[in-house]
Design a protein around this ligand. Structure first.
Ligand code: GLC
Length: 732
């Protein structure tokens, strides 16, 4: 529709209709008798439902075509509904969780995965996905770390922009594309205590230096919507934070699209204690600039009265309604209200061979090889027994894979039957996936305790362990232990799994662990007792194939940690780009008492950000600089020569870090500013160069002006964030 016609439509709409555009209803309202059911509980009437702007979580071409047709027929101006849903890491073909996708350090791969998710979701008539989640994370107690691409601002920005490009393509109107809704704005990943929905305390400088860059990258990539976060920032809930949404998001960051609240967040303004009643909640949210109210009754039940009483200018309603209508128009819904709805496509696209292949490749490249002593891996032939609760588990999708069917997932056991030569690989569960006193509270469904009899399972497993040359233990947290509302104070493996590890380690030293789960865990026992550890995260539909292909050497792991694995929960929050403090501790406890350290644990994580091994080895030459200094108009080229010093083909992610040695404010000990993946045959060398520009050196200085300052800088180029391969240059 032409903009003039859209403007005319807005002018012709009644206040009730315009308010209706600001309302998103939960999909379950479409169940029979909804108004007497959940909708009625929210005080919504049939009339409220007839003006709604959007539904959340309804899928399926046939169902949506019926709903959209009926809805538009009864709407006074026949305005189409906007269908939005959570497509976080794939729709029916499930990709690795975003934390694992971050470990690929491959934006192109992540973009392709998002594009496939969009094609599948669009055929099922999703118009907008609530993704990318660009929240920076530093605390593995928070269950939603699985949805983030990690602890680094630069990597998160690369990944968020890649997802936006993948979902939206060149135009959201084109077939197979959907709009991206960036979330959760802002700073949701830093809740106090790692406890979901908790308060967030960030200084303005830390917010801007560490947390906003990834959101900015998604806005710059053109995301069409932004979702506010549940948390308070400076004691103001985002859904009522006018400074955050208007000053920062719209003016400073240049976002002009639609802002939607998170689930029922408007009603929660009362729980936060900043709205005395529903009317005040409606006033605060609309004034702050929340265009659409996700699944709460606040706008529906209060805005009309507020406007009629003159407490809310109708202009506010018009502006928000305009942004909602504009998004619908960009999607082409006025001309094609079903957009890509097509049952034939839906069946042909979902879980297609090509999509499964892409999910397999992404999973393989997301795995991080943490340890591999005595050439435990790759397995040579069928020399190993596979033991553990993940050997035959279909729960390889992340908790947000809500539209997927676990029956589509390839288990490790199934994959073994495909890939192993002798087909009689011994397997056993060995123990339940979780301790009986730790029932799994499912995100989408409740899980009954694992039926596995611990004693019998252990006994059977030990028989296999004693006979096998190597034992592959497939262990990890249940997928429902991460995701929303899944914060945990204890990030160790379940006791029953640690007991299995302990018992197996009594009969063999040749232990390989494949570790599953959605968060970095305290895996000290694994590091102590296993000779090899492969972090597989929650790898998705093709997870079993990806694990077996990797273990058998069909592919060489190349993933690098997007979030460090802490020594233990006591270190949290922890991140590599920390400040050095006035009493830096360099790891030697004999340095005396008065250093910034713990008395009982190290400062360093067990495995640092950017870390990951390969089946081959790589060497790095010293860093070479094109000059020892640069002007603000100039740049410096930093290079290394990387050599494959091992016996098989491999891919290394070469990482560039910078450190500003002295500035008007304290600066991190290092910051990721670039990375390059380089594929090398055995013995092959390649030069890898990075151009260091003045823009890379900018930060929020004493006056909060974003600029560089003259002085010395260290450039690090190496295999992870702990590299000491560096050279110094100065900015004049
Ligand atoms: C949830 C989540 C958000 C999700 C939304 C819709 O509460 O916080 O990430 O997109 O509701 O399901």
């Amino acid at each position: 529709m032409k903009e003039t016609d859209l403007r005319q439509l807005l002018n012709d709409m009644t206040l009730e209709e315009k308010i209706g555009q600001l309302v998103q209803l939960p999909g379950y309202f479409q169940q029979e008798g909804a108004v007497t059911g959940p909708a009625g509980d929210m005080g919504l009437t049939q009339n409220d439902l007839r003006f709604a702007g959007s539904y959340l979580g309804i899928i399926g071409a046939e169902k949506i075509k019926k709903l959209q047709t009926a809805f538009m027929e009864q709407h006074p101006h026949h305005i189409p509904l906007l269908f939005m849903a959570d497509i976080i890491n794939g729709y029916r073909t499930v990709f690795p969780i975003p934390l694992a996708q971050g470990c690929t350090f491959d934006p192109g791969l992540v973009e392709e995965g998002a594009s496939i998710a969009a094609r599948e979701a669009a055929a099922a008539v999703i118009h907008v996905t609530f993704s990318p989640m660009a929240d920076l994370v530093r605390d593995a107690r928070w269950g939603r770390v699985m949805e983030s691409t990690g602890e680094d601002p630069y990597l998160n920005g690369q990944m968020a922009a890649a997802m936006v490009r993948g979902y939206q393509g060149d135009s959201v109107q084109q077939k197979g594309n959907i709009a991206a809704c960036l979330k959760h704005f802002a700073g949701y990943g830093a809740p106090e205590g790692g406890r979901d929905y908790n308060n967030v305390e960030l200084s303005p400088r830390t917010l801007r230096e560490d947390y906003l860059p990834a959101y900015q990258a998604a806005v710059d990539a053109g995301c069409e919507a932004v979702m506010t976060s549940f948390n308070t920032l400076d004691r103001i809930p985002s859904a009522a934070n006018e400074w955050l949404l208007k000053e920062v998001l719209r003016k400073e960051m240049g976002f002009s699209g639609m802002v939607i609240s998170d689930w029922n967040a408007l009603e929660e303004l009362m729980a936060h204690g900043i709205a005395a009643d529903q009317k005040e909640a409606a006033f605060l949210a609309l004034r702050a600039g929340v265009d659409m109210d996700m699944t709460s009754p606040i706008y529906t039940r209060n805005l009309r009265q507020l406007v009629e009483e003159g407490k809310v200018p109708e202009q506010w309603v018009d502006e928000s309604a305009w942004r909602v209508l504009t998004l619908k128009n960009k999607l082409g819904l006025f001309e094609k209200p079903f957009k890509d709805a097509n049952e034939k496509d839906e069946n042909a696209l979902l879980l297609s061979t090509a999509h499964r292949q892409a999910a397999l490749e992404c999973a393989e490249k997301s795995f991080v090889l943490l340890k591999n002593e005595d050439r435990m891996l790759p397995l040579l032939g069928d020399e190993a027994a596979f033991i553990g609760p993940y050997v035959d588990s279909r729960y390889l999708n992340g908790a947000w894979s809500i539209f997927a069917d676990d029956q589509d997932t390839v288990t490790i056991k199934t994959a073994l039957s495909h890939y192993s030569k002798t087909r009689n690989i011994p397997t056993a569960p060995g123990c339940p996936i979780n301790d009986p006193d730790q029932p799994i509270m499912g995100f989408q469904k409740h899980f009954s305790p694992d039926p596995c009899d611990p004693e019998a399972a252990l006994r059977d497993a030990m028989i296999l362990a004693k006979q096998a040359k190597k034992v592959v233990l497939c262990l990890g947290e249940h997928r429902e232990c991460t995701g929303e509302a899944a914060s945990r104070g204890d990030i160790t493996l379940p006791k029953c799994q640690l007991r299995l590890l302990d018992e197996v380690s009594k009969v063999t030293q040749n232990i390989i662990v494949v570790l599953f789960g959605g968060r970095p865990l305290d895996i000290r026992p694994l590091k102590e007792k296993a000779k090899a550890i492969l972090a597989a995260w929650l790898p998705g539909t093709e997870g079993g194939n990806a694990v077996v292909r990797t273990l058998l050497g069909e592919c060489n792991p190349s993933g690098k940690l997007s979030m460090c694995l802490p020594y233990c929960v006591g270190q949290l929050p922890i991140h590599y780009n920390h400040l050095i403090t006035g009493r830096p501790f360099h790891g030697d406890h004999h340095d005396g008492r008065f250093g910034s350290k713990y008395q009982d644990i190290p400062n360093d994580p067990l495995y640092p950000f950017g870390y990951g091994l390969s089946y081959t080895t790589f060497s790095y030459s010293p860093v070479r600089l094109s000059a020892k200094s640069m002007t603000k108009q100039g740049n410096v080229t930093a290079s290394v020569t990387v050599t494959n010093t091992g016996a098989c083909f491999g891919t290394e992610t070469v990482q560039l870090y910078l450190r500003d040695l002295a500035a008007s404010v304290a600066r991190p000990v290092r910051m990721l500013k670039g990375f390059r993946k380089v594929a090398l045959a055995p013995g092959e060398s390649k030069e890898v160069s990075f151009t260091v520009s003045e823009a890379m050196l900018r930060f929020f200085g004493l006056s909060m002006r974003y600029a560089s300052e003259p002085g010395d800088f260290d450039i690090f180029i190496g295999p992870d964030s702990h590299t000491e391969n560096k050279a110094r240059f100065s900015l004049e």
